[in-house]
Design a protein around this ligand. Structure first.
Ligand code: ATP
Ligand code: MG
Length: 191
Protein backbone atom coordinates (compact mmCIF):
# COMPACT_ATOMS: atom_id res chain seq x y z
CA UNK A 1 0.00 0.00 0.00
CA UNK A 2 1.08 3.54 -0.81
CA UNK A 3 1.31 5.49 2.44
CA UNK A 4 2.14 8.92 3.79
CA UNK A 5 1.87 10.82 7.07
CA UNK A 6 0.10 14.17 6.91
CA UNK A 7 -1.84 16.83 8.77
CA UNK A 8 -5.47 17.01 7.72
CA UNK A 9 -7.08 20.35 6.89
CA UNK A 10 -10.64 21.31 7.84
CA UNK A 11 -13.10 21.56 4.95
CA UNK A 12 -13.38 25.36 5.14
CA UNK A 13 -9.60 25.73 4.86
CA UNK A 14 -9.60 23.33 1.92
CA UNK A 15 -12.38 25.38 0.32
CA UNK A 16 -10.45 28.64 0.81
CA UNK A 17 -7.47 27.02 -0.92
CA UNK A 18 -9.66 25.68 -3.70
CA UNK A 19 -10.67 29.24 -4.54
CA UNK A 20 -7.07 30.02 -5.53
CA UNK A 21 -7.40 27.98 -8.70
CA UNK A 22 -7.47 30.43 -11.61
CA UNK A 23 -10.73 30.65 -13.50
CA UNK A 24 -8.93 30.49 -16.83
CA UNK A 25 -6.97 27.36 -15.95
CA UNK A 26 -4.79 26.62 -18.95
CA UNK A 27 -4.35 22.90 -18.29
CA UNK A 28 -0.58 23.21 -17.80
CA UNK A 29 -1.12 22.52 -14.11
CA UNK A 30 -3.01 19.70 -12.47
CA UNK A 31 -4.97 21.15 -9.54
CA UNK A 32 -5.80 18.86 -6.63
CA UNK A 33 -9.39 18.36 -5.63
CA UNK A 34 -9.75 20.72 -2.61
CA UNK A 35 -11.11 17.86 -0.47
CA UNK A 36 -7.72 16.11 -0.86
CA UNK A 37 -5.56 19.02 0.33
CA UNK A 38 -3.29 18.28 3.30
CA UNK A 39 0.18 18.98 4.71
CA UNK A 40 2.51 16.06 3.98
CA UNK A 41 4.96 15.32 6.78
CA UNK A 42 6.51 12.13 5.42
CA UNK A 43 5.98 10.20 2.22
CA UNK A 44 6.58 6.45 2.58
CA UNK A 45 5.68 5.19 -0.87
CA UNK A 46 4.72 1.57 -1.40
CA UNK A 47 4.93 -0.45 1.83
CA UNK A 48 3.92 -4.01 2.65
CA UNK A 49 0.74 -4.12 4.72
CA UNK A 50 2.54 -5.86 7.55
CA UNK A 51 4.53 -2.68 8.15
CA UNK A 52 1.37 -1.05 9.48
CA UNK A 53 2.13 -2.22 12.97
CA UNK A 54 5.56 -0.62 12.91
CA UNK A 55 4.04 2.54 11.43
CA UNK A 56 1.48 2.61 14.20
CA UNK A 57 4.30 2.62 16.75
CA UNK A 58 6.10 5.33 14.79
CA UNK A 59 2.96 7.47 14.68
CA UNK A 60 2.34 7.00 18.39
CA UNK A 61 5.90 7.89 19.30
CA UNK A 62 5.85 11.04 17.20
CA UNK A 63 2.36 12.14 18.26
CA UNK A 64 3.04 11.58 21.94
CA UNK A 65 5.97 13.99 21.72
CA UNK A 66 3.92 16.50 19.76
CA UNK A 67 1.41 19.06 20.91
CA UNK A 68 -1.69 20.50 19.34
CA UNK A 69 -1.11 23.89 17.79
CA UNK A 70 -2.79 26.82 16.11
CA UNK A 71 -1.92 27.13 12.45
CA UNK A 72 -3.17 29.25 9.61
CA UNK A 73 -2.53 29.56 5.93
CA UNK A 74 0.39 31.73 4.89
CA UNK A 75 1.75 33.09 1.65
CA UNK A 76 1.58 31.31 -1.70
CA UNK A 77 4.75 30.15 -3.40
CA UNK A 78 6.21 27.56 -5.71
CA UNK A 79 8.96 25.00 -6.07
CA UNK A 80 11.07 24.73 -9.18
CA UNK A 81 12.11 27.36 -11.64
CA UNK A 82 10.56 30.78 -11.39
CA UNK A 83 9.35 30.74 -14.98
CA UNK A 84 7.83 27.25 -14.99
CA UNK A 85 7.43 26.07 -11.40
CA UNK A 86 6.87 22.38 -10.75
CA UNK A 87 4.66 22.77 -7.70
CA UNK A 88 2.31 25.57 -6.62
CA UNK A 89 1.68 25.71 -2.91
CA UNK A 90 0.47 27.74 0.03
CA UNK A 91 2.64 27.98 3.13
CA UNK A 92 1.62 27.97 6.76
CA UNK A 93 1.86 30.46 9.58
CA UNK A 94 1.23 30.32 13.29
CA UNK A 95 2.80 27.81 15.63
CA UNK A 96 5.20 26.44 13.03
CA UNK A 97 7.54 25.35 15.77
CA UNK A 98 5.04 22.71 16.87
CA UNK A 99 4.67 21.51 13.31
CA UNK A 100 8.41 21.30 12.62
CA UNK A 101 8.95 19.61 15.92
CA UNK A 102 6.31 16.99 15.09
CA UNK A 103 7.82 16.43 11.65
CA UNK A 104 11.31 16.04 13.15
CA UNK A 105 10.03 13.51 15.68
CA UNK A 106 8.29 11.61 12.94
CA UNK A 107 11.39 11.67 10.78
CA UNK A 108 13.52 10.37 13.65
CA UNK A 109 11.05 7.61 14.54
CA UNK A 110 10.81 6.51 10.91
CA UNK A 111 14.57 6.48 10.56
CA UNK A 112 14.94 4.46 13.71
CA UNK A 113 12.37 1.94 12.48
CA UNK A 114 14.26 1.59 9.21
CA UNK A 115 11.93 3.49 6.88
CA UNK A 116 13.33 5.64 4.10
CA UNK A 117 13.24 9.33 4.96
CA UNK A 118 14.04 12.38 2.89
CA UNK A 119 17.27 14.28 3.32
CA UNK A 120 15.78 17.54 2.15
CA UNK A 121 14.91 19.94 4.95
CA UNK A 122 11.20 20.03 5.74
CA UNK A 123 9.26 22.99 4.33
CA UNK A 124 5.68 23.02 5.52
CA UNK A 125 3.29 23.63 2.65
CA UNK A 126 0.02 22.57 1.06
CA UNK A 127 0.52 21.47 -2.54
CA UNK A 128 -2.29 22.89 -4.68
CA UNK A 129 -1.14 22.10 -8.20
CA UNK A 130 1.59 20.30 -10.09
CA UNK A 131 2.93 21.10 -13.51
CA UNK A 132 1.96 18.55 -16.15
CA UNK A 133 4.67 16.76 -18.13
CA UNK A 134 3.08 18.18 -21.25
CA UNK A 135 3.00 21.78 -19.99
CA UNK A 136 4.29 24.43 -22.36
CA UNK A 137 3.51 27.66 -20.57
CA UNK A 138 4.74 29.04 -17.29
CA UNK A 139 2.98 29.57 -13.99
CA UNK A 140 -0.68 30.52 -14.26
CA UNK A 141 -1.41 34.22 -14.63
CA UNK A 142 -1.67 35.85 -11.24
CA UNK A 143 0.45 33.26 -9.44
CA UNK A 144 1.42 33.67 -6.65
CA UNK A 145 -1.74 35.43 -5.48
CA UNK A 146 -1.00 38.24 -3.07
CA UNK A 147 -4.10 37.81 -0.90
CA UNK A 148 -3.14 36.30 2.40
CA UNK A 149 -5.58 33.67 3.52
CA UNK A 150 -4.83 34.48 7.12
CA UNK A 151 -8.47 34.10 8.14
CA UNK A 152 -8.15 30.40 7.38
CA UNK A 153 -6.95 29.28 10.79
CA UNK A 154 -7.24 25.81 12.23
CA UNK A 155 -6.08 23.63 15.08
CA UNK A 156 -3.64 20.85 14.36
CA UNK A 157 -4.56 18.23 16.92
CA UNK A 158 -3.79 14.94 15.24
CA UNK A 159 -1.45 13.23 12.84
CA UNK A 160 -2.84 10.96 10.12
CA UNK A 161 -1.39 8.02 8.23
CA UNK A 162 -3.03 8.06 4.80
CA UNK A 163 -3.28 5.41 2.15
CA UNK A 164 -3.03 6.85 -1.35
CA UNK A 165 -4.54 5.10 -4.34
CA UNK A 166 -3.51 6.46 -7.70
CA UNK A 167 -5.77 6.22 -10.69
CA UNK A 168 -6.05 7.94 -14.07
CA UNK A 169 -8.94 9.95 -12.60
CA UNK A 170 -6.69 11.23 -9.82
CA UNK A 171 -5.58 9.99 -6.42
CA UNK A 172 -7.81 9.13 -3.49
CA UNK A 173 -6.55 9.35 0.08
CA UNK A 174 -8.00 7.30 2.92
CA UNK A 175 -7.06 7.87 6.56
CA UNK A 176 -5.72 4.57 7.92
CA UNK A 177 -4.59 5.63 11.40
CA UNK A 178 -5.04 8.85 13.33
CA UNK A 179 -2.90 9.81 16.30
CA UNK A 180 -3.99 12.48 18.77
CA UNK A 181 -1.19 14.88 19.56
CA UNK A 182 -0.10 14.63 23.17
CA UNK A 183 -1.72 17.82 24.31
CA UNK A 184 -2.68 16.94 27.85
CA UNK A 185 -1.50 19.36 30.52
CA UNK A 186 -0.91 18.82 34.16
CA UNK A 187 -3.68 20.67 35.96
CA UNK A 188 -2.32 23.60 37.85
CA UNK A 189 -2.34 22.89 41.57
CA UNK A 190 -3.93 25.77 43.36
CA UNK A 191 -3.81 24.33 46.85
P1 ATP B 1 -0.15 11.93 -8.16
O1 ATP B 1 1.11 11.19 -7.80
O2 ATP B 1 -1.10 11.19 -9.02
O3 ATP B 1 0.17 13.33 -8.63
P2 ATP B 1 -0.35 12.68 -5.44
O4 ATP B 1 1.07 13.15 -5.59
O5 ATP B 1 -1.34 13.62 -4.83
O6 ATP B 1 -0.95 12.17 -6.80
P3 ATP B 1 0.87 10.57 -4.02
O7 ATP B 1 1.93 10.52 -5.09
O8 ATP B 1 0.38 9.29 -3.47
O9 ATP B 1 -0.39 11.36 -4.56
O10 ATP B 1 1.42 11.49 -2.86
C1 ATP B 1 0.79 11.59 -1.61
C2 ATP B 1 1.37 12.78 -0.89
O11 ATP B 1 2.78 12.59 -0.70
C3 ATP B 1 1.28 14.11 -1.66
O12 ATP B 1 1.18 15.15 -0.71
C4 ATP B 1 2.58 14.21 -2.38
O13 ATP B 1 2.95 15.55 -2.63
C5 ATP B 1 3.52 13.59 -1.38
N1 ATP B 1 4.63 12.93 -2.09
C6 ATP B 1 4.53 12.07 -3.12
N2 ATP B 1 5.73 11.64 -3.52
C7 ATP B 1 6.62 12.24 -2.73
C8 ATP B 1 8.05 12.23 -2.62
N3 ATP B 1 8.80 11.49 -3.42
N4 ATP B 1 8.61 12.99 -1.68
C9 ATP B 1 7.88 13.75 -0.86
N5 ATP B 1 6.55 13.81 -0.88
C10 ATP B 1 5.91 13.09 -1.81
MG1 MG C 1 2.69 11.96 -6.50
Amino acid sequence: MRLFFAIELPAEVQAALGRLKPKDDNRDYRWSDPALLHVTLAFLGEQPELQLEALQRVGETAARAGRSASLRLGAAGSFGSRGSPRVLWVGLDGDLEALSHLQARLDAALREAGFPVEDRPFRAHVTLARRRETARGGAPAGWPPQDRLSHAAFTMDHLTLFQSRLSPRGPTYTPVLQFALGSWRRAHRVL
